[in-house]
Design a protein around this ligand. Sequence first.
Ligand code: DAH
Length: 340
Amino acid sequence: MKEKLLKLKTEALNRLKECNDNAYIEKVRVQYLGKKGELTLILRSMGSLSEEERPEMGKMANEIRAIIEEKIKSIKEDISARENQKKVSSEILDITMPSRIPAIGRRHPLIQAKEELESVFMRMGYDVISGPEIETVSNNFDDLNAPYDHPSRDMSDTFYISDNLVLRTQTSPVQIRVMKEGKLPIRMVSAGRTFRFDDVDDTHSPMFHQMECLVVDKGVTLANLKDSIDQFVKELFGSDMKTRFRPHNFPFTEPSAEVDVSCPICMGKGCTSCHGTGWSMELLGCGMVHPNVLRKCGIDPEIYSGYAFGMGIDRVTMVKYGIPNIRLLFENDVRFLKQF
Ligand code: DAH
């Protein structure tokens, strides 16, 4: 029996050496220590031993059981330690790793240009106000002194919503709204979207942006207009920027002018972008508020005078950032927008 027990011990320990998962250990345990296991059977057969042999063999069998149980316990601990290690290394957390920066959007260059313009004018003492994109025909045309046969009124130029309502073709109707409120003097700018039935090309889009400016007070002159424009252009584009006034015609101003600025690429020297002229495309229209417009809004042109201008914000943005094509502003391609 002693040999049997020793053999069993060696065998069981050898089998356990090969164990590397819990299911296999359990199999080995049942094989030796289970109810019908080999050691159990040996213990059961103790009855056939002599009185002297029995306690000795019993003691030995119990020791072997304890050794095997101890071995099983230690292997199980090894396995669980190994599994833990594996889990930990698969879930490793490197707190020194740079965090993932959330994709934050940014302001569209047009909005940036608009806000910059507004802040320049606020610093110069102007109020910033807003006006509706759907306008009455009278605010958009009639009260702005536009003759009934003015081409801009044509269905092919203007988006009519009804006989009396249009998508505003310019921000100038905000002038009418402010003047009709009757609070004088006026010093305001108003920026927003405007709409015209234009085909899309490099410089045109059916939806574009303008900023309107209106100043009405006693003794306002063309010199004030020129000075204000010159000041804000320098503020916006830099002090080297020059302005050029070309006579023009708008129904709501007299006299009227269009203003060009130095080409931002060659700073007035002449390059391919400005076709050698040194001047970039027209930036705004301006003039002294027409007496008819003042009168329509209940302001006496004998006492008050004013100047106004309307500027293409899309143009300003294009000049400021050297963007050659207006379409880029509306395609919303993140790769393009990211640059500003
Ligand atoms: N509303 C004109 C346009 O869209 C621009 C303009 C010209 C606005 C002269 C003005 C102005 O206020 O005085 O072409």
